[in-house]
Write a protein that binds this ligand. Structure first.
Ligand SMILES: Cc1cc2nc3c(=O)[nH]c(=O)nc-3n(C[C@H](O)[C@H](O)[C@H](O)COP(=O)(O)O)c2cc1C
Length: 185
């Protein structure tokens, strides 16, 4: 699969079949993450790889935040089931002190966003699915995984073989809605 096809056909995958992810594939995904660009090449990230089923179940529980989802009328995080189902869950963390802040731009979020995209595209290229889960009980996850208080948890990524092949996603804005040429209009 070439790069553009991988980008075009990647979808958020929230349900997985009961099949392990090969360690060789996981290694390729983590290597793709390691190669991501970062602010001043500081590589402010760390990743906790969780395979233990009981821990995945707890991570799944921690992906629902009542104060966020409740007012939206959501009874759950749409990715909640998948976090328990996927054989591997990667928890992506950042040490903000290792990245830059200039004019209120917090580059650790950018760094982790790029690493996350490498993780998602590498997964897709290997026939695996994943989803960026960005809403969760951060304090609960810190306690569960022994993550120090100065480290931010940025995303949870359940990785596994997709329950169904899905290449159509929610619609995107048209280019003429998001691109200006020469100056903002
Ligand atoms: C920063 C970020 C946070 C997200 N958080 C969640 C989440 O908590 N739960 C979830 O089910 N999907 C989450 N998503 C996935 C988006 O809903 C999804 O990418 C978007 O609807 C587009 O669909 P697609 O990925 O299939 O193209 C998140 C995506 C991003 C980039």
């Amino acid at each position: 699969m070439d790069t553009f096809e991988t980008i075009r056909t990647r979808r958020s995958v929230r349900r997985f079949v009961n099949k392990p992810v090969e360690d060789e594939k996981l290694a390729v995904i983590l290597e793709a993450v390691r190669q991501a660009p970062s602010w001043a090449n500081r590589q402010c990230w760390s990743f906790v790889v969780v395979k233990n089923a009981a821990t995945r179940e707890k991570l799944s529980e921690l992906s629902y935040v009542e104060t966020f989802f409740g007012p939206m009328g959501y009874k759950t995080n749409p990715a909640k089931k998948g976090i328990a189902e996927a054989p591997v869950v990667v928890v992506a963390c950042a040490d903000p002190s290792q990245s830059g802040v200039i004019w209120k731009q917090f580059y650790y979020m950018t760094d982790l966003g790029i690493a996350a995209q490498n993780l998602m595209l590498a997964s897709r290229a290997l026939g695996l699915g994943t989803v960026f889960v960005g809403v969760f009980n951060e304090e609960g996850i810190r306690d569960l995984l022994n993550i120090p208080p100065n480290i931010r948890v940025v995303g949870i990524f359940p990785i596994g073989y997709p329950f169904e092949e899905k290449t159509e996603g929610p619609p995107r804005k048209q280019l003429n809605e998001i691109v200006f040429y020469e100056r903002w209009e």
